[in-house]
Design a protein around this ligand. Structure first.
Ligand code: ACM
Ligand code: ZN
Length: 447
């Protein structure tokens, strides 16, 4: 089926969807003296192929300026189905127009998922129908129509928006609207006064579950993604559930000796809410220790939960456990994929740096992406504590996000740092032309 046929300067350009091609993002680009022919398994595949064509034109910019393009045949499909970035409008709100700009640039590198970390201690950034108290007193949140606008804009670029609401920790904003949903502990006011100190929703309060059933239902109907991310990270269990009379009663009813066991009950109910809406849950992978030695999962993650590995040093263990337990895995190891970390020593974010380790471009590129197992893809995170606006997000993301995009798209045996490095100048000149803030990785051009 011919979708489009054009002629200019005698060169034929043909875009064609060929549903007999396998894999929905599979495309084939052929340029020869008689013309340019882009075939794709779907319109999405053609869109991905167009990005490659643009990169070729910018990579050989002198030929492009002469109106020429070298003959080439590229038959291409992604190694991994999910290639994601994450923005954190909870810490510093990101207006819709800036999210759209961010999506524009993601699309150029064939990212197909943007996760939005919508709720945290510092803010609740999404309108929830029937619960205006969650966003009351602020104009820094996405209304339902904002969300529709972001989703539609992303969908036009074949990018899925995954919503994240982080529970049971990271809930100070929720608990300031609903103080009755926190644990009953002596120093709850002191704990609540410090962002990131780790107040938690009470595991023993039925109203927590009924409110979240509404929230999950609302997110499920707003976001077409099959996934809802429920966080599950950095829960200060010993400072909350372990000290709360109601949680302790629940522990003894169930015969638990550790408060962490309540995570099974807590997420048991939350995951039912997700499943009842026909959705799948994603959680940050937590183990029984935050450093090695760690032996097992913090809770009994059901095998239908997709986990994200993230803590420095724990990815080999998360890979081993998810493979053994049948959980799909997304790779966001801090050492390679935390794009809020500085790219060089001394290149620190101006805002609120808590002592983040350095993650160079080459280190991002060297992320290990085992194919043919349970790894679904890669995610670069831009945690927002030190990212005050979208220009800072761009500066932190690029060019490292290009390295992660390549790790998600290209089979491990085909990746080459030298090849990547040689393609950087063309890619960076395009970002410059687009007015995108990025960090010049001068250290990689030195030898
Ligand atoms: C995380 O970085 N707290 C998932
Ligand atoms: Zn409690």
């Amino acid at each position: 089926m011919t979708e489009h046929f054009g002629e200019g300067n005698g060169v034929k350009t043909r875009l064609e969807v060929d549903p007999s091609m396998s894999g929905k993002e599979h495309y084939r680009l052929e340029v020869n003296p008689s013309g340019l022919h882009l075939t794709g398994a779907s319109e999405e595949a053609l869109f991905r192929g167009m990005q490659t064509l643009d990169q070729i034109l910018w990579g050989d910019v002198a030929a492009t300026a002469r109106g020429e393009i070298s003959p080439v045949v590229i038959d291409d499909a992604p190694a991994f189905p999910r290639r994601a970035l994450m923005l954190d409008p909870a810490r510093h709100f990101i207006p819709v127009k800036d999210v759209k700009r961010f999506i524009d640039i993601m699309a150029r590198y064939k990212f197909n998922v943007l996760q939005l970390h919508l709720t945290d201690d510092e803010g609740w950034r999404v309108e929830i129908a029937g619960h205006p108290e969650l966003t009351a007193g602020s104009d820094q949140y996405y209304s339902e129509s904002d969300i529709r606008e972001i989703i539609g804009y992303a969908a036009d670029r074949y990018i899925e928006i995954v919503p994240e609401t982080d529970i049971p920790g990271h809930t100070r904003a929720l608990l300031s609207a609903h103080p009755e949903l926190g644990c009953h502990i002596a120093d709850s006011a002191a704990l609540a006064a410090v962002p990131g100190a780790g107040v938690m929703a009470c595991a023993a309060n039925d109203s927590v579950y009924s409110l979240y059933d509404d929230i999950i239902g609302c997110l499920a109907s707003m976001f077409p993604s099959p996934y809802i991310h429920l966080g599950g990270d950095e829960a200060a269990i010993e400072r909350n559930w372990a000290l709360c009379g109601d949680c302790r009663r629940m522990m003894s009813e169930r015969g638990y000796t550790e408060a962490a066991s309540l995570m099974n009950d807590f997420f048991g109910r939350m995951l039912s809410s997700v499943r009842s809406r026909g959705k799948k849950a994603i959680l940050w992978c937590e183990l029984d220790n935050i450093y090695m030695p760690a032996e097992k999962y913090l809770m009994d993650y059901p095998s239908d939960v997709t986990l994200v590995t993230w803590r420095n040093g724990l990815t080999p263990k998360c890979m081993e456990l998810t493979a053994a337990n049948g959980n799909p895995l997304i790779m966001a190891p801090g050492e390679h994929a935390y794009l809020d970390y500085p790219q060089m020593k001394g290149d620190l974010p101006e805002h609120n740096n808590w002592g983040m380790p350095v993650t160079t471009l080459q280190r991002s590129y060297s992320i290990d992406m085992p194919a043919n197992g349970n790894v679904e893809g890669v995610m670069g995170t831009l945690w927002g504590e030190a990212i005050a606006d979208v220009d800072r997000a761009f500066y932190m993301a690029y060019p490292r996000a290009m390295a992660l995009a390549e790790a998600g798209w290209t089979l491990p045996e085909r990746r080459s740092w030298d090849s990547f490095r040689s393609r950087l100048p063309g890619a960076l000149s395009k970002l410059m032309q687009l007015g995108v803030s990025f960090r010049v990785p001068f250290e990689v051009f030195g030898d």
